[in-house]
Design a protein around this ligand. Structure first.
Ligand SMILES: [Zn+2]
Length: 265
């Protein structure tokens, strides 16, 4: 009896085991089925979002597709100190100020451009040239004085105030629109020829500066073919510091500063 009972007991255990295995298989199948359902509904949800154009980045493919960074040029930070712009359409901010370094000739330049300027002059002199700075930083007070003196002169000649201002602005920049107020600008001439006219471009000093100034972060600010963009007539003596990186692009691509800054937009 005991044996039979034992046999029966073993048989029950085997049956229970079989049932458990079947139940386990059923559970696994069910879980797989539910998982498949979940995945499909997830995909569908995202597809519908995509179709609505609401969350285009939620497609599952984005996780398996390698992200390719768009090709862009060097970042241009238009707020950088070396790219500040002063022209007939862009006044310097009222609170503009700059730390200056006084040169041995009494002129001033933004202290951050001093080293590159010194290197440029050292290298030019090593070539036997004699570049000469005839104008540099101008304070707002000085710019106002120059401008107002000319306006008053034209008023005395019979111009209305408005006409006198317009006429004066063709010769002297309206205060806060002169690049000389930035501390980044120098008028450089040949010591042997200091006239501010187009003949200046024929001096050896100007030829060298035109060819090499960009290596030191300076650009010829008002090229002859860019007057309609700069608002200023050709000035072969007027150099502006923009930093070596910007100067190289401006030189290589034959841009003026306004065109370079437009590349950032
Ligand atoms: Zn100038």
């Amino acid at each position: 009896m005991q044996k039979v009972h034992k046999k029966n007991h073993n048989g029950n255990n085997q049956n229970k085991m079989m049932i458990s295995i079947i139940l386990l298989c059923a559970c696994i199948t069910l879980i797989c089925y539910i998982t498949t359902l979940d995945f499909d509904s997830y995909t569908d949800n995202n597809d519908s979002l995509n179709n609505n154009g609401e969350i285009a980045t939620a497609t599952p493919q984005t996780s398996v597709t390698p992200t390719i960074e768009p090709t862009i040029g060097p970042t241009i930070n238009t707020d950088a100190w070396n790219l500040i712009i002063a022209n007939p359409w862009n006044k310097l901010p009222d609170d503009f100020s700059v730390e200056l370094t006084k040169l041995s000739n009494g002129h001033y330049i933004d202290e951050r451009a001093y080293e590159d300027l010194q290197n440029m002059f050292d290298d030019a002199r090593a070539e036997g040239l004699s570049p000469f700075i005839c104008s540099s930083f101008r304070s707002n007070e000085k710019q106002e004085k120059l401008y107002n003196n000319l306006v008053n002169k034209y008023i005395k000649q019979g111009d209305s105030e408005e006409a006198a201002k317009t006429r004066a602005a063709t010769l002297i920049a309206v205060p806060k629109t002169s690049e000389h107020q930035t501390g980044l600008t120098l008028d450089i001439v040949a010591k042997s020829y200091q006239q501010l006219n187009t003949e200046q471009e024929n001096t050896d000093e100007q030829k060298w500066l035109k060819e090499n100034s960009y290596k030191y972060g300076f650009i010829l600010r008002y090229p002859s073919d860019k007057s309609d963009i700069t608002g200023i007539v050709y000035e072969p003596w007027h150099y502006r510091y923009v930093g070596i990186e910007a100067a190289k692009v401006i030189n290589d691509e034959l841009l003026c500063l306004e065109e370079y800054l437009d590349k950032a937009n």
